[in-house]
Design a protein around this ligand. Structure first.
Ligand SMILES: O=C[C@H](O)COP(=O)(O)O
Length: 214
């Protein structure tokens, strides 16, 4: 299972979380990575944790003030990027452009989507993975795998019908090892989570709990 921890703009210490991600990744068969804010990608990557960007824009080098260039986050040490997170929604043409920009920079891609229909559309753009996240469950602590298991199974089916090479993650409210196991039982190959680790008093303990049953 892939456990991708998105730090969003939570007021946590990204280095503390990154060191926990690095250490827990080394102690488990699961793959554990962290997506800090763009401004801290380089510092986070220096810890040795697998580091992702939270977003890249559908642009190339040039006159794009305020945008995030895929090559820049790759140069800073990111190996992958989220695209179209529920809190950073893009138009379909821009999702396509961001996937292409990420692939140009050799970044792995996870395209987020609200529901199975959008997952099918996202999978058609050729990312490495898609992540289904019902927006109403994000940050609630109520796991999607428990509150809405059908959306996970339907997302897996929707992606497989389009491109069986595209992995499916699920996210929203995931915070325990049982939640991760439940996600796997529904066909997800990973989970995308944030508050369960970023808001934890002890990120290492939170991560250890997440991977303990894997
Ligand atoms: O990127 C992470 C997702 O939006 C899930 O957030 P959450 O784990 O706080 O529900």
């Amino acid at each position: 299972m892939f456990v991708l921890v998105n730090l969003k703009t939570y007021p946590c210490d990204p280095i503390e979380v990154a060191e926990a991600v690095r250490d827990v990744n080394e102690s488990t068969d699961a793959r554990v990575a962290v997506a800090p804010q763009a401004a801290t990608i380089a510092q986070v990557a220096e810890t040795g944790a697998e580091t992702w960007a939270q977003h890249v824009d559908p642009i190339d080098y040039g006159s794009n003030t305020g945008h995030t260039l895929a090559e820049s986050v790759a140069d800073a040490g990111a190996v992958g990027t989220l695209i179209n997170h529920s809190e950073q929604r893009l138009k379909l043409a821009d999702i396509d452009g961001s996937v292409q920009a990420a692939q140009r920079a050799d970044l792995e891609t996870v395209v987020c989507a609200n529901n199975p229909a959008q997952i099918g559309a996202a999978a058609a753009l050729g990312p490495d993975a898609v992540a289904v996240e019902p927006p109403e469950l994000i940050g609630t602590g109520t796991p999607v795998s428990q509150a809405d298991p059908d959306v996970v199974e339907d997302a897996v089916e929707a992606a497989q019908n389009v491109d069986s090479d595209v992995s499916v993650l699920c996210g929203a409210g995931i915070s325990t090892g049982d939640d991760v196991v439940a996600a796997g039982d529904l066909g997800a190959e990973g989970v995308l989570l944030a508050s369960g680790v970023a808001k934890a008093d002890d990120p290492t303990a939170a991560l250890e709990d997440l991977v303990e049953p894997l």
